[in-house]
Ligand binder design. Sequence first.
Ligand SMILES: *Cc1c(COP(=O)(O)O)cnc(C)c1O
Length: 408
Amino acid sequence: MIETTLDIQAIRKDFPILQREVNGQPLVYLDNAATSQTPQQVIDTIVDYYQGYNANIHRGVHTLSQEATDAYEVARQKIQKHFNIVHSHEVIFTSGTTQSINLVATGFTSFLKEGDEILVSAMEHHSNIVPWQMLCERTGAVLKVIPMNLEGELVMEEYQSLLSERTKLVFCNHVSNALGTINPIEEIIEAAHKVGAAVLIDGAQAAAHIKADLQALDVDFYTVSAHKVCGPTGVGMLYGKEEWLKKLPPYQGGGEMIAEVTFEKTTYADLPHKFEAGTPNICGGIAFGAALDYMNSIGFDAIAQYEDELMQYATEQLLAIDGLKIYGTAAHKTSVISFNIEGVHPYDIGTIVDKLGIAVRTGHHCAQPIMDFYQIPGTVRASFSFYNTKEEVDKLVEGVVRARNMLL
Ligand SMILES: *Cc1c(COP(=O)(O)O)cnc(C)c1O
């Protein structure tokens, strides 16, 4: 039995896509770590915007422009409140986590010099590795890796010994998208601050499961993509402490981000507009706010509790399959299960279960260093959301058994 206070069948009705069939079978969507599905409430928000008040923001005196501006700024305040952020101008709308990280990495160019060090965890998404490598190339700073163990947990003693007065920045994901590990970010942030280093936490994978309190964490930067929390693609946020955002140079030049422009000199707009050049994804930002409203109406405690039960159940059922190995067995993890069956390529499992209507991800999950660590080409990854059911887990297990029998 899976215990929950949630009415999962009622919740499923909010997601039109869950009614569809794939290859003649009801869709079983278990690729939530790549992107979440979108409830009707968020779809309605998008439709209302384009049907009712589509206009460019911040510069129009006309009614539609004011309505769009108000809705966009209300969404910013919803994000502020959700993550317990001091000022709404510390919320920068971006196109998502990748852009948020690039904004900070580019901005740090002028703050670093040769010999400075940047620490990144061994379980980063590519979007959290490449921008730092580029930053190191520009500045001569050195990238160092916080190692992990076979369970998929960071080795915190090693982290402590890597920290020094040369450390200027520490980057780590809150939750690993490939393994599900929940990293001890409180400890990571506190230790980094002791040596005067800034910390950016990639919250892209965590945000669907954990409501992070950014004031309590005292983190310098935190990133989120709306499409992983039931919102649309192409929009997300960068949280930055006011003092950092004031120091960082603008990321892109253009409209919206200036106070005054002459050919001799341009002065930049105040926060948050300094980092929001050009017409943003207005509808996406508004829908991001609606997505957080939706998830809060369900409740993050209930979501975490239910997803944990689903994950425990799926773990037990999958481990009963001959030759199946799970990668990422951290004591604290979210509902992501990465696995392989001995002698079978993950891609073949993914293809066979797709014929049964089951969507899982196969491959390196944008985290090749993790696959190198385990010396595997990739894994099959099933990631569960609050709208998944025990019956869907059973279908996955049946599908994997069937694939195994066909392939071995
Ligand atoms: C999804 C994800 C990203 C990338 O997010 P985008 O929306 O593609 O920018 C980065 N880090 C982690 C941990 C993720 O799960």
